[in-house]
Design a protein around this ligand. Structure first.
Ligand SMILES: NCc1[nH]cc(CCC(=O)O)c1CC(=O)O
Length: 328
């Protein structure tokens, strides 16, 4: 996929340095090369999120992964930026076009546990690693008495904490394992009825400079309109809730065949950080109105008190359980 001599026609794909990012960008670049005949090249860009050991929340959320790649795109060091779509802030970026959303991987979360265990088989007090407030809240809500432990680091590092016995289990995106050929490490795929994935999980964002002729080429070669509609809907939920990528919000939209053609189905949840309270909603609508469907759904969730939930501290959630909660 890397061409030895850089000709003007070589399209440079920016990637973060992690194994997952390189696998994702490498696949997208290879697919683009196969579809168009362009020479392609991967260019590694180091981001603040890769070098900082601080908790992601303290350095501005997962948006830190995205900013450095976009900078490289805008100043011409690369022609295309590939991100995990769930890491993109919902606010649009000036000068940057979402040229393609390739076909999405299975968006669900998985458990990687010792001894092949499932969530329900883990004993009370078992140590389960995740750095995601969304996963923490939804797993706490199951009432299993698990001890949720914050973890950072790449997929390998997290799984290694189970192998070493430091943790009993970790929760990860199935898509990340799939892209690293490690799905076999998963001991349970978490049902979205219990744990809804992050908006955009399992999908990639392929960005170009806005108006660059490459934008059209990338769309034609790589874009999957159904995947794009689903993530557009999910991100509209997130944006309307005014929740960042680290908020305890899950959303999953799926395109299903209805009597009159494709239909969009979406489920969403907003939780208090401790999972004690939640607001859950679902809706269906036209694929062509994906953003509107998501916005309307989130509007209903806000009317049900979703904003208060997400910003609660643990103490506050205890005192307001009977008044604002919709525990289901
Ligand atoms: N939070 C970081 C991150 N960003 C994207 C993925 C996985 C791939 C994806 O969801 O598309 C992961 C790891 C994880 O959540 O396990």
């Amino acid at each position: 996929m890397t061409s030895p001599a850089t000709s003007p026609a070589t399209v440079r794909f920016g990637t973060r340095r992690s194994a997952l990012a390189r696998a994702q960008s490498g696949r997208v670049a290879a697919d683009f090369a196969a579809a168009t005949g362009h020479d392609v090249e991967l260019v590694e860009i180091t981001t603040e999120g890769d070098v900082s050991q601080a908790a992601l929340a303290q350095i501005g959320g997962t948006g830190v992964f995205v900013g450095a790649l976009r900078e490289a795109l805008l100043d011409g060091r690369v022609d295309v930026a590939v991100h995990s779509l769930k890491d993109l802030p919902t606010a649009p970026a000036e000068g940057v076009a979402l040229a393609a959303v390739p076909p999405r991987e299975d968006p669900r979360d998985v458990l990687v546990a010792r001894d092949g265990l499932t969530l329900g088989e883990l004993p009370v007090g078992a140590r389960v690693g995740t750095g995601s407030p969304r996963r923490v809240a939804q797993i706490q809500a199951l009432g299993l008495g698990l001890d949720l432990v914050g973890v950072r680091g790449n997929v390998d590092t997290r799984i290694a904490k189970v192998a070493s016995g430091e943790l009993d289990a970790v929760v990860l995106a199935r898509a990340g394992l799939a892209r690293l050929d490690r799905v076999a490490d998963a001991t349970e795929v978490l049902d979205p009825i219990q744990v809804l994935p992050a908006p955009g999980q399992g999908a990639l964002a392929v960005e170009s400079r806005a108006g660059d002729p490459l934008e059209t080429e990338l769309r034609e070669a790589l874009d999957d309109p159904r995947s794009r509609a689903a993530v557009t809907c999910e991100r509209a939920v997130l944006a309307t809730l005014e929740a960042g990528c680290s908020a305890p919000v899950g959303a999953l939209a799926e395109v299903v065949e209805g009597d009159d053609g494709d239909e969009l189905w979406v489920r969403a949840v907003a939780l208090s950080p401790d999972g004690a309270l939640d607001v859950r909603r679902s809706a269906s609508g036209s694929v062509t109105a994906a953003e509107e469907v998501g916005r309307t759904l989130a509007g209903e969730m806000l009317a049900d008190g979703a904003a208060d939930l997400m910003h609660q501290t643990t103490a506050a959630s205890v005192t307001t359980t009977t008044t604002t909660g919709q525990q289901q």
